[in-house]
Structure formats: C-alpha cells, structure tokens
Design a protein around this ligand. Sequence first.
Ligand code: NAP
Ligand code: 8YV
Length: 317
Amino acid sequence: MFHVLIPAPVLPVVREGLAKACRVSTLDEIEASDARSDVRGIAGGGHLVVDGAFMARFPKLEIVANFGVGYNNVDTEWARQHGIIVTNTPDVLNEEVADTALGLIIATARQLPAAERHLRAGRWNEGAFPLTATLRGRTVGILGLGRIGKAIATRAEAFGMAVVYHGRRPQPGVPYGYFPTVKALAAASDILVVIAPGGPETRHLVDADVLQALGPQGILINVARGTLVDEAALIDALAKGHILSAGLDVFEHEPAVPQALLDMDHVVLLPHVGSASTHTRNAMGQLVVDNILSWAAGRGPLTPVAETPWTQGGANA
Ligand code: NAP
Ligand code: 8YV
C-alpha cells in the first residue's frame, strides 16, 4: 500500500481522503517504528518546512503534495535533484484570496476596523468617526499578475478602479498597463497589491524606495508572503507618513507580528486568512489528496510545480 506521511495536522478531507487508499502515518508514528523507510509520499501543511534534510529521511520518497499554492516552504531544487515531484494547490483558491485582497483594500482605505472600534468603545456619542480615503478614482498596482493577481484585477475593475501591473515581463493580451520595475509601478499606483511568490528571488521587493514612490496617499496591501516586503522599512514609512496605510494578511516572521504594527490604529492586520474559508480549504485539501492518489495509481501528478515537471515515463523526465 502506498505509504503517506502527514507530518502536521491536516483537515479531515486530507486524512480521510488519503486513508481510503493509502497507509497514512503521523511523524510520531513514523518515529516510533521503522516505517520511515517505505514512506513514498508527504502531504504537507503550507507552513511545514520541507527541506532537503527532512526529505532525505525518507529514502523512497516520490512525491510531496503541498497544502497551498505557495511552496516557498519546500526545497524544490533538492526535490528535483532527487527525482521527487512537488505539487501545490493552484486555482482552487484564486477567488477566495482575491476576495480577501478586496476586503483588505476596502477595510484599509475606508478604515472600517478603526470605525468599528470607535463605535464599540462608545466614542460615537462623542463625535463622528473622521472622514477617510476613498477608492474613487484610484489606480491599483498589482505586483504579480498571476492567477490570483488577475482575479484581484477583475474585482478592482468592477469597483471602477484602474489597474496596472509589474512582473518579470509584460504579458501578451493583458489589458492593463505594464511597468518594468516595482518602483515605477508604485509611483503609478494609489494602492499597491503584493501577490507574487515568496522565496529569495522576491525578498524585500517592496523596500523603502518603493514605499517612498507609493507616496503619502498610498496604500500597501500584502496577501502574498511577508518576505516580499521589508517590514522594518514599512513600519518606518507608516510612522513617518511616507505612505497612508497598509493592509496585511502576511508577515515576515509569522505568527509574530511586530508590536509597532499592532500599536498603529490605521493599519489593518489579518492572521494569514487569505484562503481560509471552509469551502476553499476543503478544495485545497481535496487537491492534495487527488495529487497523491493520482500519483499512487501511476497516472502522474495533477498539479506539479514548475521546478519539478513530470512527463509520462518518469519523475522529472
Ligand atoms: P502565480 O499564478 O504563479 O502568479 C505569480 C505572479 O508573480 C506571476 O504573474 C509572475 O509573473 C509574478 N512573479 C513571479 N516572480 C516574480 C518576480 N521575481 N518579480 C515580479 N513578479 C514575479 O501564483 P498565484 O497562484 O497567483 O499565487 C501567488 C502567491 O500568492 C503564492 O505564491 C502565495 O505565496 C501567495 N498566496 C497567499 C495566500 C494567502 O493566504 N495570503 C493564499 C494563496 C496564495 P512573471 O512570471 O511574469 O514574473
Ligand atoms: C494557506 C497560502 O494559508 O496557498 C497559499 O499559498 O498561503 C494559503 O492558502 C497556506 O498554504 C497555509 O496553509
């Protein structure tokens, strides 16, 4: 029977879906036995670090099915070199994460959480909540116009906002203006939305210079990974009024959130809930299961990541 390790807690849809056709073990169960040697799959949570040292513990490992579209937590280069397929969960979460991004944009521009705190604290009796920024006439700049970025763009358009973007290259057939650098994108944007992958290549793409270019009426939204934004520079820019506000679903050292951000009333902070509805998390979990079951049945992975492509005839062929 195909043996799958589930190293961290997963949704019932993952555990039960795999258990129907596979032998499933937790890390504790593996440690307590000599079963490590026949583990062929790992089904992982998005925050689980799957590095070379971890994968090397399982000599027969063939597939790592990551719970999450972002897979910066997996050493795909080590996996590729060892013929191991890595899969992720693309597309099934696009709309949910885009909804979260728009929620953050509205909540941040219109200061909805602060307005609610004003009401709950009984301060409405003392006076109206101050007037806020607006989405009217704003331009949204999207850093990473991929699957989720495009879903954010269509929503921004529906709200009457202009859309521009930056990626490593312009995309043919896309109706939005392209900017070749993040700084130029920020200068052209009122609201800068970060939704590119994490990892060393994108570390601190949004730095002090970019925030300065975004300007004193600018709003930064990050629904990607905390590492894309220089958090210290962001705190400094917010404190000095170099930008107006920020809406953040992700942080550099999750779950740690800097006290300086917690102390700011005009930023909106979420605990990495971009995809966190029951509907969407179950769809992601089902895709983890389907990838492993398809692989175990010899039909190949459904959604391998670009770094570990699969062609009929063998892993990484
Ligand atoms: P995707 O379809 O691969 O899109 C990523 C986009 O980023 C592409 O358009 C790509 O364009 C651009 N990009 C890649 N590397 C870049 C670089 N070095 N500089 C500038 N742009 C770059 O990915 P997706 O499915 O939309 O997901 C995007 C990310 O969102 C994930 O990797 C994940 O980290 C994050 N995410 C967060 C949550 C959450 O809960 N907050 C949920 C889901 C996903 P080019 O190739 O043209 O550069
Ligand atoms: C999850 C995500 O929160 O898909 C991603 O890249 O960031 C989120 O959907 C993450 O995978 C943790 O489980």
